[in-house]
Design a protein around this ligand. Sequence first.
Ligand SMILES: *Cc1c(COP(=O)(O)O)cnc(C)c1O
Length: 551
Amino acid sequence: MNKNSKAAEVSMENLLRIFTVPEAPGSTLSRLEHDISANLAGFLQDHIVAEETDLVKIERDFSDTLIPEAPVYVSEQAQFLLDKVVAQSVHTSSPSFVGHMTSALPYFMIPLSKIMIALNQNLVKTETSKAFTPLERQVLGMLHRLVYDQPTEFYERWLHDSHRHLGAFCSGGTVANITALWAARNRAFGPDGAFPGITRAGVFAAMRHYGCEGMAVLVSERGHYSLSKAADVLGIGRDQIVAVETDGHNRIRPDALQAKIRQLQQQHIRPFALVGVAGTTETGNIDPLDKLADIAEEHGIHFHVDGAWGGPTLFSDRYRARLKGIERADSVTIDAHKQLYVPMGVGLVLFRDSSVLKSIEHHAQYIIRQGSKDLGSATLEGSRPGMAMLVHSALKIIGRRGYSMLIDNGIDMAARFAGRIETLEDFELVSAPELNILTYRWVPASVQAVLREVDDDLQRQINDLLSRITRTIQKTQREHGKAFVSRTRLTPDRYNRHAITVFRVVLANPLTTDAVLQQVIDEQREIVVSLADNADIIELNRLTGVALAPG
Ligand SMILES: *Cc1c(COP(=O)(O)O)cnc(C)c1O
């Protein structure tokens, strides 16, 4: 324990106080609370240390594993959090932090989250959630309607029916994807005659009964890694997430998909789900969903759309057509903590057919009984917070037209930024944005010219050097703490599918502007100048035989 800390007195009386008595108005915690509510951006600005501190150094403040014997005062702990945790956290809502998918939060989320925490409802069963249960079902209905647009009577009939589920809330896109594939697996290998179904008999018995030697899920090579986790958890094996080749725009190739399906059939491996991505995590591209729906239908396999990122594009009148075919999906994942602007920890999966989730239903005697309205019977998670309240609030306060504007703003800004990069001599646009994500890298025009001329081998060597330099620029920029872009590796056709490292920019923060993006580029240029002595740059100069103009 910290030597300077004053121990509070341990007594039942004091313990009762922390449950019942609010902190005094002038206390550290009250001040902190007030500052956060009054001016969140300012609070973060004032308290987060911009310059990046090495994680190993930060670890030293979190290395004591002894639980303090005597309690510390609330104010002391609040001060510790301010100094050691808040100070070293990440300013995720900063307009110049454009490399991640964690959204900026609207102000109203802070007081509303407090209501949620204060009520501390548990959505596993109605006994501990009451109005939160119909509220959650209503939100599922609203988003189901956004995707599937069924007639009003459909929602009147099924929204609150205890035997049906329009979808399931969960902690995020990963669990949403697991839930979708879980239901798909259970339906594909369901009860059949004397066979009780995979749910009861397990994977091995299911394969024996259905006469196959494996189960597979098809997705493009740009599919999210959560699908591999799902395959592992569901007992089908990570290797059975079959990666299908993409075209020059990072979209799945239908011909390659058909070939893979034939190949699996020959190996007696049964593909039970096809995943289309609506907004790939790395480049924001959208698979040809209509075509995928045709192929899934042709082979009788579950069609899931991973719209964790791009799903909310459906709010946009101008851009929703880019997701055409999503309404034919059996299930759709949407992350609320991404483009619905809700605090971290909430995603959901929707099912076109409200009876599909029955395939994962689980009942117990003391709760989630047959026929009850307890939501816990059809979710992977058990106890679960009332995050639906925050999604409900965002949907109402921002509204369909508000979301439409936010979506359009991000897509339009990405298009303008891409256009700007294309006019720059020393940068190269690697993936043009279809939604609000784009990738690019630093390559002087002279090196670009060389790359077009040289043979494959030399091209690879130069690209490898550029990849190392991209990484250095990205890390240096992050360490400076003023701006943040992320990086990923892509295999563009232009370089014969050789993997290169690129900067990745995600534009979903409405506070980001063209000017902020220009500053990101300017800083990257300054970093390049400061790297004049960098071994990779020297080698790049040597290899290309082109002197880079200093400054
Ligand atoms: C973010 C994302 C996920 C995973 O969601 P989490 O909320 O991080 O669990 C899955 N798929 C796609 C396409 C994503 O962008």
